[in-house]
Ligand binder design. Structure first.
Ligand SMILES: Cc1cc2nc3c(=O)[nH]c(=O)nc-3n(C[C@H](O)[C@H](O)[C@H](O)COP(=O)(O)OP(=O)(O)OC[C@H]3O[C@@H](n4cnc5c(N)ncnc54)[C@H](O)[C@@H]3O)c2cc1C
Length: 450
């Protein structure tokens, strides 16, 4: 092992085996998932260095855990005992923005918001917008197939990836996909890598699709007597037109956001809906949405003011950090087909009552993707047990409704117990056989995802 560490630390631009220095990289943002003690943390600067690290780990049968910005919410980037943590944050160059093709070629450590800012300087837009976009990396977004606010209209990360370069568990460098809008050449390896949570390959470059930047944004804020009435309105206007974002917060979440941001959202309401519309008809669609909300008993206003719209969306982005200030949290990420959302909300409310726990629910209403967040006191044994049981019950409710245990955060280490139930024995076994083809030695993020 001493020889391995010597070769490893000389193979890369930056490396440490010092326990104190490694501590900062052991865990992602899922604080309830276990994190082991790494053997070493390495920060390659080039694809060649990534290949060298993979080759060394393969030869010495050492697990390798890729890490982007560490904002993951499923424990997928957490250290495993005796692993090498592979930091991709130094590979952070935007290599090319092609205005004509409307695409960009980037290294994995580029922060989502930095790519969008650079695209914006030439009138283009990188649409996928996870709430963590100011921090999370494109490599991490690809590895988790990250979603965000604008998915119902524009799709998730997967819909914006044209080509990928990845270092496989064999040490081979795979280039897959093309910058073209259409490509049906052979099996779709690119889409296997997207959402693979570091288990099939280390993403070292991505070519992403950019879009023309929306010129106008109009925003609606509406306070509804109940969550159900808010969902009814989202579904009603969804039958007429697409919103760029439809973000929902229940009363618990609104109170938490007010406490942190002093936004002054209506705490008497059962739910607050923040919807944004873009394009030439944005104002008319926002007015129509506000009228529909008022027709359903809500208080609503529509605005074309960009600063007001941004402030409202920031309030929504503060939902998770605000709930985290109330205690320990178990954040869920369930998704059902939108017409089943009322049944899911109903189930979550019953689970909160029957388990005696506080649940703040927020999420992307038009996608059917909710983040019911259980807030509990970790020092209280009863609350801890009840929180875990409620977490299980929410996932079971989503699966019973034909939904998924994770809409966008991924399986990581947190949700592996639920995967077999969702994808079945045949699906699980095939996933393991696919992993064996990409990573025959099983060194890449073993035990995560499936
Ligand atoms: C406040 C907050 C809001 C959030 N909002 C959203 C949201 O709206 N939508 C959403 O989808 N997620 C959201 N997230 C979750 C998280 O930001 C995303 O999962 C994000 O894509 C993770 O990116 P990262 O760079 O931090 O990756 P990490 O956390 O570092 O890693 C995530 C996973 O990807 C793997 N990985 C990372 N980089 C690579 C690479 N280059 N090659 C191979 N594997 C790699 C890791 O091994 C791990 O399994 C939020 C998180 C926070 C803290």
């Amino acid at each position: 092992m001493r020889e391995f560490l010597k070769q490893l630390t000389t193979a890369v631009a930056w490396a440490t085996t010092e326990p104190h220095a490694m501590q900062a990289y052991r865990q992602d943002q899922c604080l309830i998932a276990e994190a082991g003690q790494p053997l070493a943390v390495v920060r390659p600067a080039t694809v060649g260095e990534v290949v060298a690290v993979v080759d060394l780990c393969r030869t010495h049968a050492v697990p390798l855990v890729p890490r982007g910005a560490g904002t993951g919410l499923a424990g997928g980037a957490n250290a495993l005992d005796g692993c090498v943590l592979l930091l991709l944050d130094a590979m952070d160059q935007i290599l090319e923005i092609d205005q004509v093709a409307q695409s960009a070629r980037v290294q994995p450590g580029v922060v989502n918001a930095d790519l969008d800012k650079a695209a914006g300087e030439v009138g283009l837009w990188y649409a996928p917008d996870p709430g963590s976009r100011a921090l999370s990396s494109i490599g991490g977004n690809v590895a988790t197939n990250a979603g965000g606010m604008c998915c119902a209209k524009y799709g998730v990360t997967r819909d914006h990836i044209l080509a990928l370069t990845a270092v496989l568990g064999t040490g081979e460098v795979l280039r897959t996909g093309t910058a073209t809008r259409k490509d049906v050449a052979g099996l779709d390896l690119k889409h296997l890598l997207i959402g693979s949570e570091g288990t099939l390959g280390v993403i070292v470059e991505a070519t992403v699709r950019l879009r023309p930047r929306p010129q106008r944004l109009s925003t609606v804020a509406a306070t509804f007597p109940t969550v159900q009435s808010a969902i009814d309105v989202v579904q009603a206007f969804g039958r007429e037109f697409n919103a760029a974002a439809t973000e929902l917060m229940d009363r618990t979440t609104v109170c938490a956001v007010n406490a942190m941001t002093q936004m002054g959202l209506d705490e008497a309401a059962g739910a607050v809906l923040i919807a944004q519309f873009d394009g030439a008809d944005a104002s008319q669609q926002a007015e129509r949405c506000a009228a529909m909300a008022e027709g359903a008993g809500a208080e609503a206003f529509a605005t074309d003011d960009q600063d007001d719209g941004s402030a409202l969306m920031e309030a929504r982005r503060a939902a998770l950090p605000s709930l985290e200030r109330m205690g320990s949290t178990l954040l869920d990420d369930v998704c059902v087909t939108p017409h089943r959302l009322p049944a899911l909300i109903d189930a979550i409310e019953r689970i909160a009552l029957s388990h005696g726990v506080t649940i703040g629910t927020f999420g992307h209403a038009a996608d059917g993707n909710l983040h019911p967040t259980i807030v509990f006191d970790p020092a209280d044994d009863r609350q801890r047990v009840a929180a875990a049981a409620a977490f299980d019950a929410i996932i079971a409710a989503a699966l019973d409704l034909g939904g998924t245990a994770t809409g966008e955060h991924g399986v990581g280490s947190l949700k592996t117990p639920y995967i077999r139930r969702q994808v079945g024995d045949v699906g699980t076994s095939l996933m393991h056989r696919i992993k064996a083809a990409f990573d025959p030695s099983g060194i890449l993020n073993p035990g995560r995802g499936y």
